[in-house]
Design a binder for this molecule. Structure first.
Ligand SMILES: Nc1ncnc2c1ncn2[C@@H]1O[C@H](COP(=O)(O)OP(=O)(O)OP(=O)(O)O)[C@@H](O)[C@H]1O
Length: 582
């Protein structure tokens, strides 16, 4: 999977390789310059050629600066590589997750998905860029140092190779013993953020019930655990650091001892001894980092596996072959629910063998107690789920044959809970369709009675609405109507809000309903399914269907049912519809 995302990055990869190789070569060169400098100075004594020394000093400075520049270049390319490859992965994952079935989204919490799509991918990106830089770069440098040392004197080569292996193993062992410190810290952090999130979400309740002191006491406890975990992690981190420092001092000491011995035997110059020390010092960082990154490797491969698992989940609801509904968006279709059975979970049926027809252009009022399956029926119409038995049809055609966009393009939906997005009024009304002209949006909003509201907004249609705030329940409902008018479909589903609105807004909604259902004299009829909570809305229906525990209890023309005192509908009206349904 990684190869797929890395392939388009060939150029960056090549640039990174060049920078890494050049950087390693330059880093390897600087101890050589120092050796020459020292030897030139030492052997020349008072007659040392000053010009040559100046040149060597200048060269050393140039090489040091070049090494830094190359380091910046490699960091730049490795970050670019890591993030651009994984950004594409994140985008693919988000698209994939958005196309998964509702059943999947019901089972997974949004937090879990965010953790997959963002957390895991970010972890991978960070690892990726570090991996290339620190493991590959570090390994190159380490190998380079050892090769140079072997070429210089095999004894120092053997000594420092042995040292590198032992130091690597000891550090690995220490890390394993000290392991677990991050887990405890991460747990403490997630407990802390979970605590904050929950209390902030319930702020109204906490305040209203005087729960403040209790929350603060609990916060103290959570904070104390966080402090403990932090201190423990820092203490263990220091152990690793101290061990590493001790190890590298020993390595340094061994290189020094061997150097001095070689010097005394006349087999190495003083400059060479100094060079050994420099190389020995340069080895410590890669040895530390390679070990650290290899440990991260486990975490990164766990992230990768989770991402792979998510990608492997396939949507069961897929596009049908298409039934040629393009251009029929505004036609009012006949809707049929035929011998429909459906269950969210295998053992609890929600719709049980339901047969119901809504003729084209008619308004069907869907009634039933809470939990009787009304909303579920509308979800099946949108094909958010597929039924286990029977079919939903539009104009007699099974909706499973249609492409999803073709089907959903024909239906408008006004739900009880209007989802607002953190976006402009324009985008909220058109649901991010840039093709709809501003003039049309303004016209629709004004027709719905939102003209005043719009004129009060600081930047008109461009004003950004805050998700979840800023709009009253009534205004949000009207905005949902605006969405349907702008889409202008031939079939609408309305899940009426059961909450009471103020009389003025109520009147605006009544007017919007008149227009939507073609009762305003324009004669434009739409097929409509209304889950009604108010008597005034029910009375707009041509037909009534009453559901009871997923079965059709009664259906017929509203006028006829009303006239028949034995009908369940007439009984409902007598009992008081709003009391029963609310
Ligand atoms: N996503 C879901 N997963 C599992 N069960 C569900 C799910 N959604 C609804 N149900 C169950 O299906 C049954 C029918 O729910 P539905 O929302 O269709 O009823 P409703 O008639 O629309 O009720 P209300 O008037 O309260 O909205 C209920 O028992 C409900 O608990």
């Amino acid at each position: 999977m990684l190869a797929v995302y890395l392939r388009p990055e060939g150029r960056r990869l090549a640039a990174l390789a060049v920078f890494l190789l050049a950087g390693t070569a330059v880093q390897l060169a600087s101890p050589q310059i120092i050796r020459t400098f020292i030897d030139t100075a030492a052997t020349g004594g008072a007659d040392a050629p000053l010009e040559r020394l100046w040149m060597l000093a200048g060269l050393f400075i140039a090489v040091t600066i070049l090494a830094q520049l190359l380091q910046i270049g490699s960091t730049y390319f490795s970050e670019q590589l890591g993030w651009s490859a994984t950004n594409r992965m994140r985008q693919d994952l988000a698209t994939h997750a958005l196309h998964l079935d509702m059943a999947f989204h019901t089972a997974k919490s949004p937090g879990e998905l965010i953790e997959r799509v963002d957390g895991d991918v970010a972890a991978l990106a960070a690892f990726f860029s570090q991996f290339i830089l620190q493991i590959i770069g570090g390994a190159l440098l380490l190998a380079g140092i050892l090769i140079v040392l072997y070429l210089q004197d095999w004894r120092i080569g053997v000594l420092l190779t042995g040292f590198a292996v032992v130091a690597g193993l000891v550090l690995h062992a220490i890390r394993r013993i000290a392991g677990g410190r991050w887990e405890r810290l991460r747990e403490a952090w997630s407990a802390f953020s979970g605590f904050l999130e929950e209390r902030l979400a319930g702020l109204d309740d906490v305040r209203a019930n005087g729960g403040g002191p209790h929350v603060m006491r609990r916060m103290g406890e959570v904070n104390a655990e966080l402090l403990d975990a932090n201190v423990a992690a820092a203490r263990r981190g220091h152990w690793i650091f101290l061990t590493a420092s001790a190890l590298f001092s020993i390595g340094f000491g061994m290189a020094l001892a061997l150097g001095v011995w070689l010097f005394q035997r006349g087999e190495a110059s003083i400059g060479t001894v100094f060079m050994f020390m420099q190389y020995a010092g340069m080895m410590s960082l890669p040895i530390m980092l390679i070990g650290q990154q290899l440990q991260q490797f486990q975490a990164a491969s766990a992230s990768l596996n989770r991402i792979r698992d998510l990608r492997a989940i396939q949507a069961e609801l897929t596009d049908g072959p298409g039934v040629g509904w393009e251009g029929r968006r505004t036609d009012a279709p006949a809707v049929g629910f035929e011998a429909l059975t459906f269950a969210y979970r295998a053992d609890t049926p929600v719709i049980r063998g339901l047969d119901l027809q809504v003729p084209a252009g008619e308004v069907m009022g869907l009634l039933g107690r809470t939990g009787s399956g009304k909303t579920t029926l509308t979800r099946l119409l949108f094909r958010l789920y597929d039924p286990q038995g029977g079919a939903v049809t539009l104009d007699g055609v099974d909706i499973r044959g249609a492409r999803l966009a073709e089907l959903r393009g024909r239906i408008g939906l006004v739900t009880q809970e209007v989802q607002l997005f953190d976006a402009s009024i324009r985008d909220n009304a058109t649901l991010f369709d840039p093709a709809i002209p501003d003039a049309r949006i303004t016209e629709v909003l004004e027709d719905l009675g939102l003209g005043d509201w719009l004129s009060r907004q600081s930047s008109g249609l461009a004003t950004v609405l805050r998700a979840g705030g800023g709009l009253s329940a009534g205004e949000a409902q009207l905005l949902a109507f605006a969405r349907v008018f702008l889409k202008d479909p031939g079939l609408v589903v309305l899940d009426e809000a059961s909450s009471r609105l103020d009389p003025a807004t109520d009147q605006l909604i009544e007017r919007a309903l008149d227009r939507l259902l073609g009762a305003d004299g324009t004669g434009r009829r739409r097929t409509a399914i209304i889950i009604a909570h108010k008597l005034s809305t029910v009375q707009r229906a041509d037909r009534i269907a009453i559901l009871d525990q997923g079965r059709l209890m009664e259906t017929g023309r509203r006028a006829e049912l009303e006239a028949d005192p034995e009908s369940a509908y007439a009984r409902l009206l007598r009992t008081g519809l709003e009391e029963v349904m609310a």
